[in-house]
Design a protein around this ligand. Sequence first.
Ligand SMILES: C[S@@+](CC[C@H](N)C(=O)[O-])C[C@H]1O[C@@H](n2cnc3c(N)ncnc32)[C@H](O)[C@@H]1O
Length: 150
Amino acid sequence: MDFLGHGRVITIDVEKLHTHRHARIEYLIGSSSSQDIIAQVQSAVQLADGPVLVILDSDHSQAHVRLELEHYHTFVTPGSYLLVQDGIIDTLPRFAHARPGPLPAIQEFLSMHPEFQVDDKLCEQFPISHHPQGWLKRLPEAQPTPCPAC
Ligand SMILES: C[S@@+](CC[C@H](N)C(=O)[O-])C[C@H]1O[C@@H](n2cnc3c(N)ncnc32)[C@H](O)[C@@H]1O
């Protein structure tokens, strides 16, 4: 982003895990699914003058990922991506204790949001990935579906 001369990162965690600082990065402490944090992200997105990409990598339980998908998908600009990390939880036996994880949340979300599709090419660009079906592309011409609970 510094080379490009623009761009901003907003990152969220329930814990303050480090003291790193950077002019382009804003650190929000709180749950990504809390109304307060969502409102802060929404304010920042409204100021964005370029594409918005969302990455989900917090609590990987199906219920939490589903909540995040419903709240954060509206921030993704047409043609950009929503990356849902760690769907591997639902495929590798060693992560069976953490299921249901992101994959069923992705599938349910996609069934209700035709404006998003899995970008298979991106998902399969590496022989191994932690994020199967994780790269969700917002179709360029599509409008976001309003969240019925919001
Ligand atoms: C898999 S780690 C990923 C951390 C970071 N994305 C990275 O790549 O280094 C998951 C992080 O999510 C945080 N977390 C767990 N539940 C959360 C929630 N509801 N909202 C925000 N962050 C959460 C944890 O504290 C942990 O630091």
